[in-house]
Every structure is written in structure tokens, then in C-alpha cells.
Design a binder for this molecule. Structure first.
Ligand code: FBP
Length: 289
């Protein structure tokens, strides 16, 4: 059996080793060898907003309601994976499977209801693998009154993903009536630590407001990769300087939606992101022609 490792390949004794030829042997594939990682970092282009936020996110860029337009954007070299829900993957990924790595988001929720944060599991790991996923994604709202169920759902997803060698990206979002500020430094550090401890390969967290706070969140993540969540659209410089801080903090890139595809022309910002994330350039230099 092959397992993904965040860092080191390793073997564990199997029933086969212990009792004879019953099971296959075990080894691990380092996350850095996954197609969703380039030179240790990742840029995951997310487009599940039609579910999470609704068509309102497309008002300024109505042409992006057609998922094919965002899949086109994901063919940029900077992008290591495109994160979508099952229905969009089924309909559009077959045309892009040679050019785009697919991350299937396994749970999701609309914003049409009120209550403690929760997210329905709407795709299985088996089905994600069947439709060509290179990785799976799962939101966990730690701190919600539904935390226990979400942790248990994550456990099933994480263990099954190991069977398919699929890295698990956790949208690690502490959220709920007990949490007044979901981007507080201590909350984001807790978010990365939870993701490490329950077995994510990459944790996607909100920016905690400063490079120092992000550095602490990265320290809390041990050997697991941390990527920043893009957030609502801001100016090129404001967005890129936050990415620069994130990289300086030792994080590993970005999972981003609106800050890329809500731009009429996403290519220049992806060119700049490539320079900051893989080339180590400062934001200002990356924005120069
Ligand atoms: P953005 O970069 O547009 O914030 O997208 C990243 C993402 O995680 C999406 O996958 C998701 O739809 C959205 O953010 C959820 O953000 P929130 O729950 O804060 O509205």
C-alpha cells in the first residue's frame, strides 16, 4: 500500500510482513512529488464560489460563470491545481485533463442558511479518484458546534485518500458562535496545528494579519505545508504584498479564487504570483514589466 507523506518516504510493516503474503507492501510518496506541488510550493486556483457564495461573486465578471473560462486560466504555469466541486469537475475537467491538475472539493455549503458552520459531504474519495482527481479538498470548521462530526468526516476522507495516493488539502477554518475573530493570530496558528494533527498534507488558512503571525502559524504546522487563502479581491499590490509576507513567513503558496479570476485579465497577476511564489521576488519587483 502507498501512502502520501508530508516529508519522508517510509515503510510500515504490513500484515504481509507479519503473517505472510496477505497484503501488499507499504511505502510513502513525498508530498513534494505530487503534481499539485511545484518546487515545494502550490498555487491552487479555487472556483467553488457559485456554491459557497452564489452567483453574486460573478456579477463583475459574468463571463466567468462559464467554468471553462476559469479552467483556461488554470492552464497557466503558476497554477498547480484547480479546486472545484464534483459537478464542475464532471462537466469540464475532461477537456482539461492534459493541462490542469484537478483537486476535487469533497464538501461544501451554500450561504443561504443560518446556523453553526457546517459543510455537506457531497463527493466521496472513490468518486473523486474515478473522475481523475490529483488531490482532494475538505473544509473543517473547527470551533463550530459541528466540529465533532466534521473531524470524523475528515478522518474517513483522509484515510481513504491515502488508499488512492491523493494528497489532502484541508480548508482549515475555525469558525462558529464561540469565535469572534476568525483571522486572529492565535486562531490561525491553532488552525494549522489542527490540520497537522488530524493528517492534512496542506492546510489552507486565512492570512492572520502579519508576516510574524503567519510565521508562527507555519511553525505550528510542523512539516505540513501551509497555503494562504486568497480572500476578496484587492489591488494588485495589496494582494501580492500579502503573498510576499506569506512566503517570507515560510509558507508554501496560495489557494486563491477571487483575487485571480475576478480580474478581467488574470494572466498578469498569475505572472506576478509565479515570480513571488516560485522565484522569491518581492511584490513590487514582480509587478514591474
Ligand atoms: P477566495 O480566494 O476567493 O477567498 O477563495 C478561496 C476559498 O476558500 C474558496 O474555495 C471558497 O469558496 C471561499 O474561499 C470560501 O471563503 P469564505 O468561507 O471565507 O467565504
Amino acid at each position: 500500500m502507498i501512502y502520501y507523506s508530508r516529508k519522508y518516504p517510509f515503510s510500515v510493516p504490513t500484515i504481509n510482513d507479519l503473517y505472510g503474503p496477505i497484503a501488499v507492501s507499504a511505502s510513502m510518496i513525498p508530498i513534494d512529488d505530487s503534481p499539485i506541488v511545484r518546487d515545494g510550493n502550490a498555487v491552487i486556483l479555487a472556483m467553488d464560489h457559485g456554491l459557497e457564495h452564489g452567483p453574486v461573486d460573478f456579477e463583475e465578471v459574468p463571463e466567468k460563470l462559464d467554468p471553462a473560462t476559469v479552467f483556461e486560466t488554470a492552464t497557466h504555469d503558476a497554477v498547480t491545481a484547480m479546486a472545484v466541486q464534483k459537478g464542475v469537475a464532471e462537466g469540464y475537467y475532461p477537456s482539461y485533463e492534459d493541462d490542469v491538475n484537478l483537486l476535487v472539493k469533497l464538501n461544501g455549503t451554500s450561504n443561504m442558511w443560518m446556523g453553526e458552520p457546517d459543510s455537506a459531504v457531497n463527493c466521496s474519495v472513490d468518486y473523486a479518484a474515478e473522475i481523475g482527481a490529483d488531490a482532494v479538498g475538505f473544509t473543517v470548521y473547527s470551533g463550530s458546534n459541528h466540529e465533532v462530526e466534521m473531524f470524523e468526516e475528515f478522518r474517513r476522507v483522509q484515510e481513504q485518500a491515502r488508499e488512492y495516493d491523493l494528497p489532502v488539502v484541508m480548508w482549515s477554518y475555525p469558525r462558529g458562535q464561540g469565535l469572534k475573530n476568525d483571522t486572529k493570530p492565535s486562531t490561525i496558528s491553532y488552525a494549522t496545528r489542527i490540520a497537522l494533527e488530524i493528517g492534512a498534507d496542506i492546510a489552507k488558512v486565512k492570512y492572520p494579519g502579519s508576516e510574524e503571525a503567519m510565521a508562527h502559524a507555519v511553525d505550528c504546522a510542523g512539516d505540513m505545508k501551509v497555503v494562504m487563502s486568497g480572500g476578496s479581491k484587492t489591488s494588485d499590490y495589496e494582494f501580492l504584498s500579502t503573498v510576499e509576507d506569506t512566503m517570507n513567513a515560510g509558507a508554501n503558496g496560495l489557494a486563491v479564487g477571487r483575487n485571480v479570476w475576478q480580474r478581467a485579465e488574470p494572466e498578469p497577476i498569475l505572472d506576478a504570483l509565479e515570480k513571488v511564489i516560485y522565484g522569491g521576488q518581492p511584490a513590487e519587483a514582480a509587478l514591474e514589466e
